[in-house]
Design a binder for this molecule. Structure first.
Ligand SMILES: [Fe+2]
Ligand SMILES: [Fe+2]
Length: 303
């Protein structure tokens, strides 16, 4: 399809389904955006899976297991879409293992205490929900449909984390203190999760012009702060940013800007757990190669 006519179509609010004509560049960009999220779903699930044995009580264990199962399901929906666009699941994983693609900053850390997991889940799931509310308006309909489905389950994850944090924070001061330590660790990585400020060139970004990105990083960050700040404060937690305040005049949150040089260094593989996740995924991928080759042979997976 002619690139100019396609852009005009999108500018008028046009949407694109799988079998619709689309320029190769758009197809490639859509598969990259979706493939990037697949990696987040997989590593995000693995981060929490490490804590199933230490989670007390059968009910909480079952709830955590269900969350991890959901994350793998999210990756699966998205991988299927990528395959339809010509990007194989093998390629997505191998690009990460070979250093051709990077994980989001929050996936370069590891949960280190049991109290940390509900704290991490609460801030990161609320951030993901804000991101998905925006993504369900993208021009590429298969992705928008998958996001709508994923969001319902993310809402369950968020409420599970909120329920557990509330229970811990209201039970005893020592639990509250430990959850607070988790918030202190995850606050800035999640604030940075939305990406660096992009308002000045937002309209010009190719993915924005194609409708594959809808809201600016700054706008999403502001929406997240509006959502999460009162939630944390209501259960007795403190936001670990002394600069944070609502600016009545500007109608926006003022906060300490994340250290973007540090975020860049983390994303490049300099995070405290970058090596751990890379090695874990490499090991899993190699250990399961026999399943993959069987699935390709039987035609269960598209090569
Ligand atoms: Fe997910
Ligand atoms: Fe989730």
């Amino acid at each position: 399809m002619d690139a100019v006519a396609f852009q005009e179509y999108l500018d008028q609010g046009g949407t694109v389904d799988l079998n619709d004509p689309m320029p190769e560049a758009y197809k490639l960009a859509a598969s990259r955006v979706i493939g990037f999220q697949c990696l987040s779903e997989i590593v995000g699930g693995m981060m929490f899976a490490e804590w199933i044995p230490q989670t007390p009580g059968l009910l909480r264990k079952m709830m955590l297991t269900a969350k991890i199962q959901d994350e793998m399901g999210h990756a699966h929906y998205l991988l299927r879409i990528c395959e339809e666009l010509g990007l194989s699941r093998q390629q997505i994983i191998e690009d990460y293992l070979n250093g051709k693609s990077k994980l989001l900053n929050t996936f370069h850390y590891r949960i280190e205490t049991w109290h940390e997991w509900p704290a991490c889940a609460l801030v990161s799931n609320s951030a993901a929900i804000i991101q998905f509310k925006s993504l369900n308006k993208v021009s590429f309909l298969p992705y928008a449909r998958a996001i709508k489905r994923i969001m319902k389950e993310e809402s369950f994850h968020y409420h599970h984390a909120l329920n557990l944090c509330t229970q811990l924070c209201l039970t005893a001061p020592e639990h509250l203190q430990k959850v607070q330590e988790g918030i202190n660790k995850w606050w800035f990585p999640v604030l940075a999760y939305f990406g660096p400020p992009d308002t000045h060139n937002f309209e010009m970004q190719q993915n924005v012009r194609w409708g594959l990105k809808v809201d600016s990083n700054d706008s999403l960050r502001q929406q997240w702060l509006t959502k999460i700040v009162p939630v944390l404060q209501n259960i007795g937690l403190t936001i670990p940013d002394p600069k944070l305040r609502w600016d009545e005049e500007k109608q926006e949150w003022e906060f300490t800007e994340p250290d973007w040089a540090e975020v860049k260094r983390v994303i490049k593989g300099g995070g405290p757990a970058s090596k751990h996740w890379h090695e874990t995924l490499t090991r899993c991928y190699n250990d399961q190669s026999w399943v993959r080759s069987l699935a390709y042979k039987e035609g269960v997976l598209a090569s």
